[in-house]
Write a protein that binds this ligand. Structure first.
Ligand code: UT7
Length: 337
């Protein structure tokens, strides 16, 4: 291997509107659907989330991505002109055409870059970072910008109290750069897999090319998320533990060697159950689901950025990223900071 990749800057951004559980309760009550703050906290660990105002272009998906990217570039001491690859992980693009990566490129002016989206739902950032790592290893990319961002609120099914409580909007970004293959700070390995057979556990029926959104389908909420929560919960706990172990074993480490575990933030109980399976004390787990809910591709990069900026993550530490998402998709990345 001629090159390795390392993260040299991180950033995150969220919309202004903070939506508490009580506000969700009020919204559902209008449709005679009952829920309560206690249930949401006990079953998910979520206290609040952020929702983009879709009328405000500054809170569109790509704009949140731009805000996160600017912070990551600042930390990295790089400019948009330094970027030669933009990977934008999202399942809620600004538009189907062009890609949200191209919208971001347009907004930050990164003329040397080629840009593409990745849709791996909640695993998107891990898939994106793994892709950047491989392009950097090949010598083709020197500096990549990897963004994980979502504006999920337009796809929430407010008729389904089991899922509408979970999601929020936000963006996280990382500047990833070429380094020496023997450098201490580098991505050590990535492990990806998907199982398309489990598509039905989490999907949006209409809005793609296989099913247009017609007025009839719109009224049936076919353009909104459908989720089989209980099944996903079980698969998530099993596969998160499995992929964490794959990453550890393939590098000759055990969970005790890890300084920070950053799993996908879908539900606090999933995170706790995985940590228990792995024998990982919760004090080593980075959590932000309580304040932002499940922001899909944005959960891992935003949690990473928080832990970098508040000083929890220190040079030389071992970090494990671990994800699962619709598809279903799975992935883990081990890196030395
Ligand atoms: O990024 C990947 C995306 N998705 C996920 O990761 C989701 C994974 N799954 C989950 O997080 C959990 O399964 C949920 C939070 C979605 C649901 O929690 P649960 O503990 O699996 O609850 P449940 O679906 O088994 O429901 C238990 C009870 C049911 O009532 P009965 O049948 O026992 O009377 C539900 O109708 O809770 C009821 N319920 C609610 N009650 C109050 C479901 N949603 C609500 C609600 N408020 N919002």
């Amino acid at each position: 291997m001629r090159y390795a990749a390392t993260i040299i800057g991180t950033g995150c951004a969220f919309p202004e509107n903070r939506v508490t559980n009580d506000e969700i309760v009020d919204r559902l009550e209008k449709d005679n659907i009952s829920t309560n703050d206690r249930w949401i906290r006990d079953r998910t660990g979520i206290r609040e989330r952020r929702f983009s105002n879709l009328e405000n272009p500054d809170e569109h998906n790509s704009s949140l991505g731009v805000a996160a990217a600017r912070k990551a570039l600042d930390m990295a001491d790089r400019t948009p002109g330094d970027i030669d690859q933009i990977i934008y992980a999202t399942c809620t693009p600004d538009t189907l055409i062009p890609s949200t990566a191209c919208w971001l490129q347009h907004k930050i002016d990164a003329p040397q870059a080629w840009a593409m989206d990745i849709n791996a739902a909640c695993s998107g950032f891990v898939y994106g970072l793994a892709t950047a790592d491989k392009f950097i290893q090949s010598g083709q990319t020197r500096t990549a910008l990897v963004v994980g961002a979502e504006v999920l609120n337009p796809f929430i099914n407010w008729q389904d109290r089991g899922s509408c409580i979970l999601f929020g909007d936000g963006a996280g970004a990382a500047v990833v750069e070429r380094t020496d293959p023997h450098a201490s700070a580098r991505i050590l390995s990535s492990h990806l897999l998907s199982d398309g057979n489990l598509w039905e556990l989490f999907y949006i029926p209409a809005g793609g090319s296989s099913m247009e959104v017609t007025p009839g389908r719109f009224s049936q909420n076919l353009h909104k998320m459908r989720m089989t929560g209980k099944e996903i919960f079980k698969v998530a706990v099993r596969t998160l533990a499995e992929f964490a172990n794959r990453a550890l074993e393939s590098n000759g480490f055990t969970i005790d060697d890890i300084d920070w575990f950053i799993p996908h933030q879908a539900n606090y109980r999933i995170i706790e159950a995985v940590a228990k399976r792995l024998n990982c004390p919760m004090k080593k787990v980075v959590v932000n689901v309580d304040r932002y809910g499940n922001t899909s591709a944005a959960t891992i990069p935003t949690a990473l950025d928080e832990a970098v900026r508040d000083g929890r993550i220190q040079k030389g530490q071992l970090i494990l990223l671990d994800s699962f998402g619709a598809g279903l998709t799975y992935g883990a990345i081990l890196m030395r900071w």
